[in-house]
Design a protein around this ligand. Structure first.
Ligand SMILES: NC(=O)c1ccc[n+]([C@@H]2O[C@H](COP(=O)([O-])OP(=O)(O)OC[C@H]3O[C@@H](n4cnc5c(N)ncnc54)[C@H](O)[C@@H]3O)[C@@H](O)[C@H]2O)c1
Length: 253
């Protein structure tokens, strides 16, 4: 098992892609801190991981709060002994044309999709620098590479985390810390389903999305989780500063 005895924090680990990442890293041997605003969901995933025979802790945290994130990292180190891997996965968007969006929505989208990964990275770095080892993976999006209608500010944030991660990768290489991004295309999760809505318009957009993908299907959360497992393993020891698309060929850059 490639992540035997490692400990990973997965933000937004209670649902969708974060849940799949938590289960995949656990299946590779890691202990998991399922860090989510929704404690009930985090507890559910922690229970699934325990059933696999791996260590898991569910922590309620709002990743937009530096104070709560610091406390979550301290709890992770206290309960599981160390933090080897941070997966910045929690994210959210509201699908609407930019000219109809409010500043209140921009602030919410920026806080969760751009500032929270910065807060979480800062909170684990002293510990990783001391150990001279660590892996940070942030879930960006193909929207950050090529844009996505109805997701202007979100796309800006997802491009922003790529620039942040590349710089961090340069600064942290001397400490043996790898920093990368994974850019999913449309992925079948509760978030995607809620953005699409349940009506005809939603299923038309979904159909158009699938048609734009060379493999003609949505990603599964597990497709994304496998790439995160690779990037957080020693197999990817020489990979840093990358933004790798897992999107069935939707974007090829
Ligand atoms: N689903 C897609 O099509 C898609 C495509 C590209 C990128 N992404 C990105 O993948 C990531 C996961 O998305 P998903 O589709 O699995 O979403 P999801 O809504 O299914 O899961 C997100 C999880 O994050 C948690 N969360 C939300 N706000 C939080 C906060 N402030 N603090 C802590 N936890 C919080 C939620 O409770 C939830 O459990 C996001 O960063 C998203 O932007 C998703």
């Amino acid at each position: 098992m490639k992540l035997q005895d490692r400990v990973a924090i997965v933000t937004g680990g209670g649902s969708g892609i974060g849940r799949a990442i938590s289960l995949e890293l656990a299946s590779q041997g890691a202990g998991i801190v399922v860090a989510d605003l929704n404690l009930e969901a985090a507890n559910g995933v922690a229970g699934e991981i325990s059933a696999l025979g791996r260590r898991a802790v569910a922590v309620k945290v709002d990743v937009t709060s530096s104070q709560q994130v610091k406390a979550m990292v301290a709890q992770a180190i206290q309960d599981l002994g160390q933090v080897d891997i941070l997966v910045n996965n929690a994210g959210w968007d509201k699908l609407e044309p930019f000219i109809q969006s409010s500043e209140e929505t921009w602030d919410k989208v920026i806080a969760l999709n751009l500032k929270a990964p910065i807060i979480c990275a800062r909170a684990v770095l002293d510990h990783m620098i001391e150990k001279k080892a660590g892996k940070i993976v942030t879930i960006s999006s193909d929207a950050g590479k090529v844009g996505s209608s109805g997701e202007a500010v979100y796309s800006g944030c997802k491009a922003g985390v790529v620039g942040f991660s590349k710089t961090l990768a340069r600064e942290m290489a001397r400490y043996g810390i790898n920093v990368n991004c994974v850019c999913p295309g449309p992925t079948d999760t509760p978030l995607l389903r809620s953005l699409m809505g349940s009506g005809d318009a939603g299923s038309k957009i979904l159909h158009a999305m699938v048609n734009a993908v060379p493999f003609r299907r949505l990603a599964t959360p597990e497709d994304i989780a496998k790439m995160v497992a690779f990037l957080t393993s020693d197999d990817a020891a020489y990979v840093t500063g990358q933004a790798i698309s897992v999107s069935g060929g939707l974007t090829m850059q």
